[in-house]
Design a protein around this ligand. Structure first.
Ligand code: SAH
Length: 255
């Protein structure tokens, strides 16, 4: 998979991409990353990329000239997405689609935003990472890239670890525990120490359903409520389907 990023802060983006598992995947060639400086498209001695808005008002706008020039010179892998609060909301299913594709590019805005002609005539779509306003698209691009990259086979150490996690099945993930089994006065659910993999699997599924019911009932509704089988599983594993209690004797995830 190939990802290309257009930004006025290429050093920042490249250094972030070079760290951790993403950096390892980049160096090993599992993922190809290209970072492009939007200022390369500027044609004045100050390499300026912004200008004041027509119609007046505060701040500056990223001008179309340098953005078109930088993108056209690089001819990046498409689709090219502009990051912005008005875009389609990024989520795990969009991440899965992008991870299964040959690649995509991201264009980071700055200042008060980007000249509308970039959105209308240069990019293929717009992505928002949430209903809040960042100072620039770089952090949003990193959110998108990291989320997608960890779904690409070979990027994460353990291939299976992406399969059961939050949102994979429209559920949040079950609570996780590691050694010691007794930390201060807090234990872990007995079933996890039982060595009975079938029972562990059923407990995890029940815990995921219960946790989702409690914290994100909207996710349960959008998958059509609980099935009879799921209700039975909650009861079998000792979860109350109304209060969602039963993460273990003392609900260690909440202490
Ligand atoms: N004035 C604009 C916000 C500009 S913020 C407005 O009200 O919509 C500057 C840049 O930060 C944007 O061009 C965009 O690239 C990035 N950005 C800000 N919030 C974002 C979000 N929620 N998701 C993705 N990118 C965002």
């Amino acid at each position: 998979m190939k990802a290309e990023i257009f930004t006025i802060f290429p050093d920042l983006v490249a250094s972030w991409c070079g760290a951790s598992l993403l950096g390892k995947a980049w160096r090993s060639g599992t993922i190809e990353i290209g970072v492009h400086d939007l200022r390369a498209g500027a044609d004045d001695p100050h390499r300026s990329v912004d200008d004041s808005p027509f119609g007046g008002g505060a701040g500056m706008v990223l001008a179309p000239g340098p953005v078109f020039a930088a993108v056209e010179a690089a001819a990046p892998v498409r689709p090219l997405f502009l990051l912005g609060p008005g875009g389609v909301r990024f989520d795990q299913s969009m991440a899965r689609e992008l991870a299964a594709s040959p690649g995509f590019s991201l264009l980071c805005g700055r200042y008060e935003g980007v000249d509308q002609r970039v959105a209308d005539h240069l990019v293929d779509g717009e992505i928002s990472i949430g209903d809040y306003v960042l100072a620039g698209g770089e952090v949003a691009a990193m959110v998108v890239l990291e989320t997608v990259a960890r779904l690409v086979p070979g990027v994460m150490g353990n291939l299976a670890s992406g399969e059961e996690e939050s949102f994979t099945e429209g559920l949040l993930e079950y609570p996780q525990y590691t050694r010691p089994s007794l930390f201060r006065e807090w234990g872990v659910p007995d079933v996890l120490l039982s060595g009975d993999h079938g029972r562990v699997g059923r407990w995890r599924r029940a815990a995921a359903i219960a946790r989702t019911l409690e914290r994100r009932p909207d996710l349960i509704s959008s998958r059509g409520g609980l099935s009879e089988e799921e209700r039975a599983l909650l009861a079998e594993m000792g979860f109350d389907p109304v209060t969602c209690r039963g993460y273990g004797p003392d609900r260690p995830d909440r202490r």
